[in-house]
Design a protein around this ligand. Sequence first.
Ligand code: ADP
Ligand code: MG
Length: 253
Amino acid sequence: MSPALRELWQREPILKVRHLQKNFGTHMVLRDIDFTVHQGEVVCVIGASGSGKSTLLRCINRLESPSGGEIYYHGELAGGDGFDWNRYRAKVGMVFQSFNLFANQTVLENCMAGPRYVLKKGKQESRELALRYLYKVGMVPYIDAKPAQLSGGQLQRVAIARALAMKPDVLLFDEPTSALDPEMVGEVLGVMKQLAHEGMTMVVVTHEMEFAREVSDRTVFMLDGFIAEDDTPEVIFGNPRNPKTREFLSRFM
Ligand code: ADP
Ligand code: MG
């Protein structure tokens, strides 16, 4: 283990996933997932379509309920006695491939809604939070625009600002650039890179191998509902131990 990774792993785990399973009917989509995310870590998750990457994120933020296993949040069992689901959902943010903004609200309203209605902050404070993060993603000039007026890259930057306005402990990204025209991928990856450098804890499902290689502290390769390999990007991209990782990556070379 590299010194940098060792240092990260001595930090507090924000999320610990143990023996996570998910079935859809008889289809076992997640088999036995062990997965830990430490404070300040950027974990990229790669793997073929259908390998269970989205389901893993959706089980972590409880858009799906797992069929088995446990999730610990700051050491506390999710769903255990006295566990606060509302706080958990607020603190584990998600950015989707398809943006999921409210079409009938402006950019600013989209970003204010979470602080105002979930965190129960006042209007002024919600507005300030929204503006702070819209500034960070370069979208202040568009605060009065409706989603239909924006490009895909702009929509995704708003979606990131909206997630950040909740001041999450960890942000989950599910293929945030897959729905974008190629010329817009860079602006979104640029924002994500900046967040990573600022110490944001992130789990990023992506097919952007350059991003994973350059930005992640760890890269996880999923195969048929298993984590086939979980290591530094140097190992995953340079000298993977699992031949299946090598085979998968050869498609991108
Ligand atoms: P990935 O994100 O890696 O492409 P997914 O997690 O979306 O993979 O899907 C993994 C498998 O689970 C796929 O075979 C998919 O068809 C199946 N699956 C995902 N969601 C559902 C669902 N809601 N109902 C039934 N099957 C599902
Ligand atoms: Mg997916």
